[in-house]
Each structure stands twice: as structure tokens, then as C-alpha cells.
Design a protein. Structure first.
Length: 304
């Protein structure tokens, strides 16, 4: 009987941690978003699954993938005001939410968990009532999959609110075979209120060699490297050595370098496993109100 009591205490502690902070009681907990044994009998299938946020007004402060290695090519977590359904085959469009919301986090290549810095979070509430996961299954399998995300929450008020800015160079849509360093680059002018970048993530497919981005201040003309990384490494967000302010009129430049010497054909840019991509994600924070997540490609911008 005593062993059973101890077991239940341990189960409770693993779900919810209560911390006393001065006069405030802070609760920290995780919500599990698990794919409901979806099947992917052909290559390049995208499944979406959404769950409601359990505690309105809480803050999302961390993400962790779980599931067998090699099954998921990549996954996204979106925050949504509303969704049309809870589970569906959703194609490769980046627009997932029925109304409002935006991209919160991205993952690929067995990346580790990511925790936002102290004081930064995604606030749940009227504009973030659901969390939606999009899973890209690159290779066909008849084995049902239940991969998912552990999402970390806190009741502690976070003074800064997170968001994403994605640079997606698309100067050309093809990578010729036989090149050791074929580059695709792009420049965007940031046209929004100030944000402070604190982490970045890179993404390509098989022939990506390096992805990097540079910030140039409109006011001082000073140039700063935001980050650079080999996309064949685990593709989680990486904290920057120092936060970086990005203000209206600043220039953001991104470049992807590809090694196509092992290819005997032209590789096209696209969402499929046999295509290539060039993505540099900037995770940033701002004071209220939160800024919506954006994507910029070829000088044009739209919401994520």
C-alpha cells in the first residue's frame, strides 16, 4: 500500500510543479500533444493535430519532441485562435489556423528540447486558445505514429512575449549538380516596431552545407552576424551569445550554401524530401503587444 502511495506522489510531481516565489505561488506543468496513431502510406504526407490550451492566461516557455528517431522529417508548433478540426491531413501550406495565431516553434533532425530564456514566453488567451502540431512524414510507412510535443507552461507572468521572423531566400528555385558551394541569398528590410532577437534556427534538406544571416542597422550602419550553422546538425533553436535589437528600416540578409557534388540532377527548391529548402528563423521578443510571426522572401513579407 505504501509503495502505491509513493508511486502516485511521483506521478503527480511529474505533471505539475508548484514553486513558492515571494508571495506568489507559481505553477509549472507540461501539456502533451500526441499524434493519434496517424498513418503515412506515401512519401511527403503532412498531418496536423490540435489540442486546446488547458489554462487560459498561462505562458508557454518550452518545447520538446518525443517519438522514434527518423520518422518525422520536421515538425511545427502553431498557436491558434481557432481551428476547424482536431486531426487532418493538411498538405504543406504554412497557414494552419482557422483564425489568427502563428508559428511558435520548429524542429528537425532529432533536435533537443528548447526552453525560452527567463522572462520570455508565448501568452495564451483570446488569440492563442489552441496548440497545433504539423508533422511532415518524409518516408512512407504503414506503422501508426504517435510522435508529439511536450509543451512546458508556467503561471508566472513573463514580461516579454515571443515571436518568429523567417528569412526564406528564393532567388533561384534550382540547385545545379556538381557544385561544392552553390549559394542562394536574399535581403529583406524589416518594417515593424523594434524586436530583440535572442535565438535562431536553420533548415535545409540533404545538400545544405551552411546557413547564415547578417543584420545591418539603418541608424549606425553596423553589421552583426545573427548566426551561422551547419544544417546537417540537429535543427533546434540556438541561443545567440548576445540579444540583438532589430528596428524599423534595418536590413536582414540570409544565405544558404549547398554542396551538390553528390547529385547527378538539378535539385529544385520545395517542400518535398527530394527538394531543397533555405530557411533562417529568428526568434525574438518584445514588450506587449506581441508581434505576429512573419516570413520574408524576395523582399516580400506575409504572416506565418
Amino acid at each position: 500500500k505504501m509503495e502505491r502511495v509513493v508511486w502516485w506522489v511521483l506521478v503527480f510531481m511529474s505533471v505539475c510543479v508548484v514553486v513558492a516565489s515571494g508571495d506568489q505561488v507559481v505553477e509549472e506543468w507540461s501539456q502533451v500533444l500526441r499524434m493519434p496513431e496517424v498513418r503515412h502510406p506515401t512519401n511527403d504526407i503532412h498531418w496536423c493535430h490540435a489540442i486546446p490550451v488547458e489554462v487560459d492566461g498561462s505562458f508557454i516557455v518550452g518545447f520538446e519532441h518525443f517519438g522514434p528517431s527518423g520518422v518525422i522529417h520536421h515538425m511545427f508548433a502553431f498557436g491558434c485562435e481557432d481551428v476547424d478540426q482536431t486531426t487532418w491531413e493538411c498538405g504543406d501550406s504554412m497557414k494552419r489556423c482557422n483564425n489568427g495565431g502563428g508559428l511558435l516553434w520548429a524542429w528537425a533532425r532529432d533536435a533537443p528540447a528548447f526552453v525560452l530564456p527567463d522572462g520570455v514566453g508565448y501568452k495564451t488567451g483570446p488569440k492563442l486558445k489552441y496548440i497545433l502540431a504539423e508533422m511532415h512524414y518524409g518516408h512512407a510507412s504503414n506503422v501508426p505514429d504517435s510522435s508529439g510535443i511536450n509543451i512546458k507552461f508556467t503561471s508566472r507572468v513573463q514580461p516579454y512575449l515571443g515571436g518568429l521572423y523567417l528569412l526564406a531566400p528564393f532567388r533561384t528555385n534550382r540547385i545545379p549538380a556538381g557544385h561544392d558551394s552553390f549559394a542562394i541569398d536574399d535581403t529583406c528590410v524589416y518594417r515593424h516596431p523594434k524586436i530583440t532577437a535572442f535565438a535562431y534556427r536553420v533548415h535545409t534538406h540533404a545538400v545544405g552545407k551552411e546557413v547564415s544571416a547578417i543584420h545591418t542597422s539603418k541608424r549606425t550602419h553596423e553589421t552583426t552576424i545573427i548566426g551561422s550553422r551547419d544544417p546537417q546538425l540537429p535543427q533546434s533553436f540556438v541561443l545567440m551569445p548576445q540579444p540583438l535589437d532589430i528596428t524599423d528600416g534595418d536590413t536582414l540578409y540570409a544565405k544558404c550554401v549547398f554542396d551538390s557534388r553528390g547529385q547527378n540532377h538539378t535539385t529544385h527548391l520545395g517542400a518535398g524530401m527530394n527538394d531543397e529548402m533555405c530557411n533562417f528563423y529568428i526568434m525574438a521578443y518584445t514588450a506587449t503587444p506581441p508581434f505576429p510571426s512573419h516570413i520574408c522572401s524576395q523582399g516580400r513579407e506575409w504572416d506565418l
